[in-house]
Design a protein around this ligand. Structure first.
Ligand code: 7TS
Length: 418
């Protein structure tokens, strides 16, 4: 098949060639080529990332920030180089604003506890959307409950896009203190108008928290251009290893916040009467850092930037358009979410009369890995009126043949259940 090149695209990636970087594709599950269509849950890792981590373990491993010996200094330099790579990736003003966390969930919880507990109270509103992943919903619901603040949801329209006309009515209901939304929906692929949301949040005197777990792998992020106050990324969804992600926050906000986790490394001085907190970013990095993992994340950023985020984004749009077109030909299919040009490489669907788990299980026998369930988006599932969907998600190494394999697999699923 031929993919349609978008007019704006300057660089085009060669997914067939890039696959050679990913050892996982060497295997043949159930004797079939692996069609890995679950990158939104976690991406595969290129050899470049695995090698960077192995080299770090083999040549530069020691605990960071503590030793005066050369090895510890080299390990510290590795970690701090990775921090600088994340800073540049997000165009953050200062590397001290980049805090290493285990995952995006921890980054969002850090803000919920560190900022929310201190700044929210009765009469305040925390605004999220019906699209949110539980990681950007439950922490806010929980902290609102603890502080007496209330949660409000920006509703979705029939395309699965935010109904911004609802914002004024929300503002009339109370004191909007915090707005937290995703950049890209993990279920529908919807790309949210973050700049508009930031502008509205700031007009209300609120801060804006961006869950960029799905946005960062897909599109170039510039925290200064977006104007966000906090932004969480998920390293394992953008070719990095599990265990190292980052939260970026504005210096003034981070300085005024309470720490999230306390203990070793995050202190300035510890006395019987009182402990004082360390400088940024250490105040928020209690305990031993995910050192090798952070080095892996830095290598993942090198890898993504060498390909080009613009090329990755264009590739995903092409795949989404191709998949939506091919899937629409499957009888009894219900597709969810916006048109291809307004979504990332994520497609959710249901096949009439067949439970998503049955669909996914039969597809597995054909080498096709997709996800079935609520995708940690139960409020969205409620809105769609379903308990679960099937979800295929794409990344820089996804090739159209994998989508063909999915569509063929779905015809088999229908035969089995006929
Ligand atoms: N936010 C969004 C939008 C996500 O998609 C996810 C994970 C998270 C936050 C949490 O990220 P983590 O780094 O804490 O793991 N999404 C999914 C998914 O769609 N299927 O499995 C995990």
């Amino acid at each position: 098949m031929a993919l349609v090149a978008t007019a704006e695209t300057t660089r085009k990636l060669d997914a067939h060639a890039l696959r050679a970087d990913f050892p996982i594709f060497e295997q043949r599950p159930h004797g079939k080529p692996l069609a890995f269509l679950d990158s939104a849950a976690s991406s595969q890792k290129p050899r470049q990332v695995l090698d960077a981590m192995t080299t770090f373990y083999e040549t530069s491993y020691a605990n960071v920030h503590r030793g005066v010996y050369e090895l510890a200094e080299r390990a510290t330099a590795g970690l701090e180089h990775a921090r600088e790579r994340v800073r540049a990736f997000l165009n953050a003003p200062d590397a001290r604003e980049v805090i290493f966390v285990r995952n995006a969930t921890e980054g969002i919880n850090l803000v919920a506890y560190g900022w929310g507990l201190k700044n929210l109270g009765p009469g305040d509103l925390v605004v999220v959307t019906e699209l949110e992943h539980h990681s950007n919903f439950v922490p806010w619901q929980y902290i609102a409950g603890k502080t007496g603040a209330e949660l409000r949801m920006i509703p979705l329209d029939e395309h699965g896009e935010l109904e911004l006309s609802a914002l004024d009515a929300i503002a009339r209901e109370g004191n909007v203190k915090l707005v937290a939304t995703g950049l890209v929906s993990n279920s529908l692929g919807t790309i949210n108008p973050v700049s508009k949301l930031v502008e509205w949040a700031h007009e209300q005197g609120a801060i804006y928290v961006c869950d960029a777990a799905q946005g960062a792998p897909h599109t170039k992020i510039d925290v200064q251009a977006l104007g966000v106050d906090f932004l969480a990324i998920s390293g394992h969804k953008m070719c990095g290893p599990s265990g190292a992600s980052a939260l970026w926050g504005r210096t003034d906000l981070l300085l005024a916040m309470d720490p999230f986790l306390t203990g070793g490394h995050m202190i300035n001085s510890v006395r019987l009467e009182k402990t004082t907190w360390g400088e940024l970013p250490h105040k928020f990095e209690a305990g031993t850092a995910p050192m090798a993992e952070a080095v892996g994340l830095g290598a993942a950023i090198d890898y993504l930037e060498a390909i080009g985020l613009d090329a990755i984004e264009a590739h995903e749009h092409e795949l989404a358009a191709y998949a939506l077109g091919k899937l629409a030909e499957v009888p009894g299919i219900q597709l969810y979410g916006p048109p291809a040009n307004r979504r990332a490489g994520i497609v959710s669907f249901n096949i009439e009369g067949i439970h998503p788990h049955d669909v996914a299980q039969i597809l597995d026998m054909q080498g096709v890995a997709i996800r079935a369930g609520h995708h940690c988006c139960q409020p969205l599932m409620q809105k769609l009126g379903v308990a679960a969907t099937n979800r295929a998600s794409f990344y820089l190494y996804t090739i159209p043949e994998e989508i063909d394999q999915l569509v063929e697999g779905l015809h088999t699923v229908r035969k089995v259940f006929a």
